[in-house]
Design a protein around this ligand. Sequence first.
Ligand code: ADP
Ligand code: ZN
Length: 728
Amino acid sequence: MDGFFHENDLVGVLTTQPLDRALDYRAPEGGCHLGAFVEVPLGPRRVVGVVWGPGQGGIDANRIRKVHRVLDVPPMREELREFLVKAGDYTLTPMSAMLRLATRAPGLGDAPSTRRVLRRGPGRPSRETDARARVLAVLDEMGGLALTQGELAEAAGVTASVIKGLVAQGVVLEEEAPRDTPYPRLDPDHGGKTLTDDQKEAAEFLRAGVRGGRYGTTLLRGVTGSGKTEVYLEAVAECLSRGRQALVLLPEIALTAEFLTRVEARFGHKPAEWHHGVTQTERRRAWRMVATGGAELVVGARSALFLPFRNLGLVVVDEEHDTSYKQEDGVLYNARDMAVLRASLNDAAVVLASATPSLESWANAEAGKYARLTLGSRYGEAVLPEMRAIDMRAEDLPSNRWISPSLQRAAATRIGRGEQVLFFLNRRGYAPVTVCRACGHQIGCAQCDARMVEHRFLKRLVCHQCGDSVPIPAACPSCAAEDKLAAVGPGVERLAEEARALFPEARIAVLSSDLYGSARQLKAEIETIASGGADIVVGTQLVAKGHNFPLLTLVGVIDADLGLQGSDLRAAERTFQLMRQVAGRAGRAEKRGTALLQTHQPEHPVIRAILSGDEEGFWRAEAAERRAAGVPPYGRMAGIVLSSTDAQEAFDLGNALARQDAALRRVGAQVFGPAPAPVARVRGRHRVRLLVKAPKGVPLQRALADWVGQFRLKGDLRLAIDIDPQSF
Ligand code: ADP
Ligand code: ZN
């Protein structure tokens, strides 16, 4: 049989241990399939691995150890193995690290776990109390479905002892049931909306793509509220009715709860969830059900791309432009690009949805690599917000105040009408800088080259780089002067304080990721706002992401210039996207919204493009600049970050790399740097960055591997390669 190894055949097993290649083992009793998840001895330990191919041989066969056992999960499919290899090659990541991404299921090596459940038995209770009758009624109603004791007690409103009594009499039966149960089947026809003509056309296009059963990517554009979600759920419906699995990626777990509710309304049940907020038990269940087909739809974070889908037919990347799709720790990959790769290996369709696509996706659509769909207007009566600038040079604003008189007047009018207002500032905390008025010292992080940000709500100074925090000191750490520390500049917490002073009657909600202990609290706050429990929302970019606030009619951007500073070539794109997203929060239902942008440079081309709403014009101008500079998406970039506790060592290696660049020059690539990385010190480690720029279509990865391979890393030097860096 193809892809099967008989007992004692030599097999190569890839493990998650950092060894970089498969190790030889002998197949276990009963043999094993190619791709099987196995437990193998490694030194004194047992580790989980995957049968990756035939063994290499060449060593004394007697010395080769035997696979300990085959785990009770379906073998890893060829598409996923190929995906791991290709994604590893692209990101220059060792296979062991890639495999770790695909085996993040708790208890993968354990026997299938069970739980004790209760069922209706044949007998009748000798004494039928009210409580007992309720228990039996619940069990009868469940019609054969088993419940745990806790679930049953809660449903019947009785104590555990009532149930134990019934078990003792044999009226209720207790038994073992597998924990990893399939998710309820989704009904593709459950709750579809009547689509507008525009939406119908787009949905039919996506449905046809899924029906075709081949790879193809579609960029689904449309302003916030135009019904993109509604439309791509039609593609999901098509996929489900073809018996294939679908994956929807969201950039932010805070969005999941709202999305799950929508899926339930559309398909009758909630789908499987996959992100770090999900319990271990539920993750285990999701992983196994994805592998066996007991989960038809997964909603998740980027790591869901590495799940062992049995038959993946569709991947949706919602808010595809979102920078949080780029993993910035460990394996550096962009989930949007990896989604396209994974789908192409699975003959699956891809939908990239966004109101403000990334320049990369826009360029791919222009070049004809992606199909393009555009939803013209908003669903229902809602129209796009009117956008205007407030020229801050003409506003009379005292120091330490950020809400201009013009914005204040506009807000007062809206609040007076019972509508909601959003003050948007993309800065967490109370104040970005804490300075001593006696000596001028600015409090910085001891570990990083970053200022400590005051978080008054937490009563601490926090480093946004490493997360380190200290209580707000009473005296200056430099000159010891007391009561001289002053907050400089605004963060959302301080802005909320200003809003409270300006609008003492208003109910104010602050939406910032660090103010909520859990996703549930955040969800509750979002629901409060959505149902009108606040007059003013003060928020960071958390609010820019897809929430529905039907009463919100005015967005005031406190500092539209914030993202335009610095030399990052992507700054314009980011600012454009963020401002359009934020403005899109205004006026969703029947009320026309307004977005007011406070700016010191209303003539800046990016600000003008935002105000005019000429997206195509903006993209074209931006594309022309990138093309001229030879940077993505018209050229290729890689960042090399060297870090060490010793700055000199990092720089020395950086300089040596810059000098010995023959491997790069051979493929026409250029190296820039070394220079201090955008954040030059993190957690006590100095960081130096080199940037490599290459034309498209050259074997850049191979050249990079040859180039850095010339050097061995001494001491505590570390080297990370970031293909397609976010900033350049
Ligand atoms: P987007 O994903 O583009 O932001 P949504 O799909 O979330 O847009 O649609 C915005 C709102 O309009 C949602 O509440 C959605 O349910 C509603 N909506 C969109 N299209 C329809 C439709 N054809 N019928 C009923 N409601 C719709
Ligand atoms: Zn720090």
